[in-house]
Ligand binder design. Structure first.
Ligand code: ZN
Length: 285
């Protein structure tokens, strides 16, 4: 179990984590009745059938970077062919009991690294989609945003029978799929200006928009020592989420991390417990 005063630097190890039910209860007791800011990650959506590619046993993969996407038509064809197939499946995913528990807990702010929109569909009200939403598309030329469903229909019309011909390629949490043969996939351009389209999500190699980050910092700062930051289902691999844990710990705000597997924030947490998201959140509720 990790019980410590914030500030000391220790490398995260498996030994710092605990799956002991008594430690889970202590973590739940610490959170009970406190004002909360919650940071959620891919682990929360695995029970909705969206795989967590950073979770235990997940295969290594390298997502397409922003720089690669804008490198030319071949990369855009490769990206959109896979994403088209992945989104056709992702959009049928439903919120699970963990999403519903968080909606009922109604934290001060729910920061999610997930792009699947399931928190909003479960009824959560104050949500910051840190990495954007896969259900929206942005034009890199005129910056117009449009619904993904409309682009999906255009792609289906331009590529008749293509999705059905791809069989059982594996879906990834960012709406991508494992697919090698993407030659021949027709990629539509922006209907307004002819520009390159991108899902309105933050790619690797892009920064989260500053006002979005500031809103999260403000909510974490407002917690003080009477609130708590709860991290569920994130290994905190990317700085976009880890910085909120650092911010809270530096301010003396308790941090609880509930995740399957080690996280980069374990050494900053008051409790880091090895537990499933749905199980932990329904117990907290
Ligand atoms: Zn445009």
């Amino acid at each position: 179990m990790t019980v410590r005063t914030p500030g000391a630097a220790t490398a995260p190890t498996e030994a710092r984590r605990s799956g002991d039910p008594a430690d889970v209860v202590r973590a739940l007791d610490l959170l009970a009745g406190r004002r909360l800011v919650v940071l959620s990650g891919a682990g929360l959506s695995t029970d909705s059938g969206i795989p967590d590619y950073r979770g235990p046993g997940a295969p290594a993969r390298t997502p397409m970077t922003y720089q690669e996407l804008v490198s030319g038509p071949a990369a855009q064809q490769r990206y959109w062919a896979r994403s088209h197939l992945g989104w056709g499946r992702m959009r049928s995913a439903e919120p699970n009991a963990g999403h519903r528990a968080l909606a009922a807990l109604d934290p001060d702010l729910l920061i999610t690294q997930n792009v699947d929109g399931l928190h909003e569909r479960a009824g959560s009200r104050r949500v910051v989609a840190l990495h954007g939403r896969i259900s929206e598309v942005v034009c890199l030329g005129c910056r117009e945003t449009t619904p993904r469903a409309a682009l999906h229909a255009r792609m289906d019309a331009l590529n008749p029978g293509w999705a059905q011909a791809q069989g059982e390629a594996e879906t990834r949490p960012d709406g991508d799929v494992d697919l090698d043969d993407t030659a021949g996939f027709v990629v539509p351009a922006c209907a307004t200006c002819g520009g390159v389209l991108k899902p309105d999500v933050v790619f690797f190699g892009e920064n989260v928009p500053a006002p979005r980050v500031q809103r999260c910092f403000d909510a974490v700062d407002a917690l003080g020592d009477e609130g708590a930051l709860l991290v569920v289902g994130s290994s905190l691999t990317v700085m976009s989420g880890l910085r909120f844990v650092r911010r809270a710990a530096k301010a003396g705000t308790p941090v609880v991390i509930a995740n399957r597997g080690v996280t980069r924030g374990d050494d900053l947490a008051t409790y880091a417990v090895d537990v499933g998201c749905t199980e932990f959140l329904t117990a907290l509720l």
